[in-house]
Design a protein around this ligand. Structure first.
Ligand code: ADP
Ligand code: MG
Ligand code: MG
Length: 903
């Protein structure tokens, strides 16, 4: 035991009996749960945990903190007493494993070293103690040298694997178990040579030196490059440190009555109850995970060792009841005796998360608040994508990273140009590249899906695809992509241009041929096509139950962004409680372009008035349709926002048309007028140019026409016995004077149109220019509501335009960890979010009861929804498909005191 006089502050080592599951910060996840199991009385091999504090102190100073060595010594001695063996004793050695374990599990961290304490002498003692089992002893020793060499001393792992393969080859076998004691002894010699060659020293024979080096290597691995990068991206603090677990070895490789396995307490794929696991007889743990030999389903353990099997099932039930959740476990059986080596609350698919949460409520283990807490919007969003129907014979040929979800099939192309060509012919194409770069943008837009053989979740392909909502699998490194030859090879298949592949952007799987797609049953449920009360689909029942609870719990209202009656109708089925953003731009497109061109070309006066007068009834009809669909729910209509030249043909095209027509001697007066208008209206930075409220102030009658159309539509609906609640929203306001000017004119028109119809029209503004956020107190004097346009606020807050930056350098910023996630995907709470907070506070101070909402994609992003809840907005608005996600997250935000925990 640690010396009693030590303060807890200087206490760096905890016996398993001293910890518990809530000490993850100090003991790491693995150590805290080993302690918890020990205290539950489960069979855990004795051991101790060196704390994250010790690691932090070591990393700060470059040497082990004072007192650590002594405490390890004391705990080791007590372990030796308990086990009746000494570490590395030549006659009867105690062996231990050294296992890393941070609070969050992290790729790039050091793995485990088993069998620490073996050397040239104790290997003999181990054999004697195992009843003369030489094979077992030498097998354990070669594993130690291999793992120690690879993870502690950075000896290339392939060299050991190569030597092992050679030994098997010489023996004419594929199976490790056919190597006998002599073969393994020879292999140990070969391994030692490899070790010496790469490290310049002999394999350390001193057990305590092995232990200390392994511990130090775990500490050091906290700062391995991959670990640092991962933390930056996931926003895991860099100063948590990792714990180290020292665990008495138990042996699954002692013979056929021994073995090792992993198990889940429910199916982590579907959530179904039952026994899910794999078992491997006569093996050490790493073999199961490494997939070196074929495991058997855990159920078969019942035949092999019924006592251990029954005991294991009992423990699994106990763990579930204790953790009140799906657990995954690692165990080993040593000559008929069961040992628990790890447990944790297990990872699961999105579907399983909902199903299990629902089951646990039924079983009385958790309440509905807790069930809601355990699922999240990202999972729900995943469940709403169509899926591949895999009940056929489709086997993936490769697996990459699920970089942007969805299911896409199409013809393979290797260049952006070819993607554009084929897509123009109406083909679905999958753009395949080693990695993409900004030159591929057009091809990415044209493609149905993107597949790359390199790059991770933050590669160019992944970032851009997510921004576009396009299916993407990145880093499928089994693919050999040869762009000049227009082909790729994978697992013996060659795939050329025009061949069909299917990619699953959720799982990262790649299939040859076209895999049929099936619609999501969750969407069918939201559409009202599946009755949650009568369906036998457990997922739909669980989703329904949890959504109902989220709706009851949430404070935020959820609206949708919809420009048409059809979108509005779907969003209502999905639970939208109003429209937060109805854009009016599309009302200027299609067959109305002609009128818009007249409007733009009009010198002024009568011509312009005529064009506006012609547009008025068309707009009014659009609004009538939407108000009817929303039936009394609020509808925020944004006055026209984009620069007008977006409604005219592109400059180059016009110039060519004019030149060609002139050549032919045709009358080009109109085209020339258009061309000169386009030239006149050309802007260097259209995003910062003549748009939004500025248009309304410069083009007389434009906003007036829109305001009149809105008011007349509302009155028409009301006269028909319906209800309409229009909210007129002025875009891009930066100063209260802009809004006041628009407002004065609008109020006159509204008063005139509305008369005594009882219709109430609100006038408010978007807050999307940083200056508006900073002068929100003034602006609130003239606004009945604010709606945060967080896309523009992000662009102007950061000073970059989304279209330019996402393809150009975001991947690099993500790679460097400057962003954990694109600020267009999830609101930048510290910067842009601060503007929102200031505007909300100062706006409400100036006008109590000011209605606050957000429109723009952040309204459907889980983390952002939590932020908007916390800032005190009244509603979020998002695209129809995101409405259920926002409802769920708004519910989660309301029940959570700690904010989002989607990590
Ligand atoms: P990971 O975090 O990669 O799962 P672990 O530390 O859990 O690494 O170790 C991997 C495997 O090594 C375990 O599942 C277990 O089978 C085996 N192992 C670890 N410690 C011991 C031990 N003391 N005795 C026997 N096997 C062990
Ligand atoms: Mg493990
Ligand atoms: Mg905007």
């Amino acid at each position: 035991m640690a010396a009693k006089e030590e303060t807890v502050e200087g206490k760096y080592v905890y016996d398993f009996a001293e910890g518990n599951k809530d000490l993850k910060d100090l003991l790491g996840g693995k150590g805290a749960n080993l302690a918890e199991m020990t205290n539950l009385g489960l069979p855990v091999p004795p051991g101790f945990t060196i704390t994250t504090e010790a690691c932090k102190a070591y990393l700060m100073t470059g040497r082990e903190p004072d007192g650590l060595a002594g405490q390890i010594e004391a705990h080791l001695e007590s372990l030796e007493r308990e086990m009746g063996r000494r570490l590395g004793d030549p006659d009867d050695p105690l062996l231990v494993s050294v296992r890393s374990g941070a609070k969050f599990s992290m790729p790039g961290m050091m793995e485990t070293v088993l069998n620490v304490g073996l050397n040239d002498r104790s290997v003999i003692g181990l054999s004697t103690q195992a009843g003369g089992n030489d094979r077992f002893a030498w097998d354990s020793y070669r594993r130690l040298i291999q793992m120690f060499g690879k993870t502690v001393c950075e000896v290339p792992g392939e060299e050991f694997e190569h030597a092992l393969d050679e030994a098997k080859h010489a023996k004419g076998t594929q199976n490790d178990l056919d190597l006998d004691a002599d073969d393994l002894r020879a292999l140990v010699d070969a391994y030692k040579k490899i070790f010496a060659k790469h490290t310049g020293r002999e394999f350390p024979q001193e057990p305590r030196e092995q232990l200390d080096l392994a511990i130090r290597a775990v500490f050091d691995s906290w700062n391995a490059e991959r670990a640092i990068l991962y933390r930056r991206q996931e926003r895991i603090p860099a100063d948590l440190g990792t714990a180290v677990n020292v665990v008495t070895m138990v042996f699954g490789n002692l013979g056929p009555d021994s073995g090792t396995g992993v198990a889940f307490t429910r199916d982590p794929g579907s959530g179904a109850q039952g026994i899910y696991g794999d078992y491997l007889a006569n093996a050490q743990g790493e073999d199961v995970v490494a997939g070196i030999r074929n495991t058997v389903p855990l159920q078969e353990l019942e035949q092999l060792d019924k006592t251990s099997y029954d005991q294991l099932l009992g423990i699994m039930a106990r763990l579930e009841e204790h953790y009140k959740d799906l657990c995954d476990i690692e165990f080993t059986i040593e000559r008929g005796k069961l040992w628990m080596l790890q447990t944790r609350v297990g990872k699961r698919t999105a579907a399983a998360a909902f199903v299990i949460a629902g089951q646990l409520v039924d079983e009385g283990l958790i309440d509905l608040d807790e069930a809601l807490h355990r699922v999240n919007g990202a999972q729900l969003a995943q469940l709403m994508f169509p899926r591949f129907q895999l009940d056929h014979d489709f086997q993936p040929v490769a697996r990459g990273i699920g970089a942007s979800p969805g299911a896409a099939s199409g013809k393979v192309v290797f260049t952006s140009a070819r993607a554009v060509e084929l897509a123009a012919e109406g083909e679905s194409v999958i753009l395949v590249r080693r990695e993409t770069n900004p030159d591929d943008l057009n091809g990415m837009i044209a493609a149905k899906g993107i597949l790359t053989s390199r790059g991770g979740k933050t590669s160019h392909a992944a970032v851009v695809a997510r921004g576009m909502g396009k299916t993407c699998v990145s880093g499928a490194d089994e693919l050999e992509v040869n762009v000049p030859a227009k082909k790729f090879t994978v697992g013996g298949h060659t795939v050329g241009e025009g061949d069909v592949v299917s990619i699953d952007g959720t799982t990262g799987r790649v299939y040859l041929g076209e895999v049929p797609v099936t619609p999501s049953e969750v969407v069918q449920y939201f559409e009202g096509e599946l009755d949650p009360e009568t369906t036998d689909d457990p997922l739909v029942r669980a989703v329904h139950r949890i959504m109902t609870h989220a709706d009851a719990a949430r404070r935020l209202r959820v609206r949708t962004n919809a420009d048409t009656g059809a979108d509005a109708a779907r969003a209502r089925r999905f639970g939208a409680e109003g429209i937060g953003l109805c854009r009016t731009e599309h009302m200027f497109l299609g067959d109305r372009r002609e009128l818009v061109e007249r409007l733009i070309l009009a010198g002024g006066g009568r011509e312009r008035d005529e064009a506006l007068a012609a547009l008025l009834p068309l707009q009014r009809a659009d609004f009538v349709e939407i108000f009817r669909e929303m039936d009394g729910l609020p509808v925020t209509v944004r006055l026209i926002d984009p620069p007008l030249h977006e409604f005219l043909p592109p400059l180059e095209q016009l110039a060519v048309n004019v030149a060609v027509a002139q050549e032919r001697g045709e009358d080009v007066a109109k085209e020339e007028a258009l061309l000169s208008a386009v030239r006149r209206m050309h802007e260097e930075n259209p995003m910062l140019g003549l748009r939004g409220v500025r248009l309304g102030l410069v083009i007389p009658g434009l906003f007036a026409m829109q305001v009149r159309a809105i008011a007349e539509a509302a009155v028409a609906v009301a006269r028909d016995g319906g209800a309409a609640c229009p909210e007129i929203m002025v875009p891009l306001v930066g100063a209260v004077q802009e809004l006041e000017t628009v407002r004065a004119e609008a109020e006159k028109i509204i008063a005139e149109v509305v008369g005594d119809s009882g219709v109430d029209v609100l006038i408010g503004t978007m807050i999307e220019v940083p200056r508006a956020a900073l002068t929100a107190g003034q602006i609130a004097e003239a606004a009945e509501f604010f709606s945060f346009g967080t896309n523009d606020l992000t662009q102007m807050g950061w000073g970059f335009s989304r279209d330019d930056v996402e393809g150009a350098f975001f991947w690099r910023y993500l790679e460097l960890g400057i962003f954990g996630i694109s600020p267009f995907e999830s609101i930048d709470a510290d910067g842009v979010g601060r503007l929102v907070r200031i505007a909300a506070e100062e706006g409400r101070a100036a006008r109590p009861g000011l209605k606050l909402g957000v429109c723009g994609e952040h309204g459907g992003d889980p983390d952002s929804v939590h932020f908007f809840h916390e800032v005190g907005l009244d509603y979020v608005s998002c695209s129809p498909f995101r409405v259920p996600v926002a409802r769920l997250e708004a519910g989660r935000a309301a029940i959570s005191t700690t904010g989002s925990d989607s990590r």
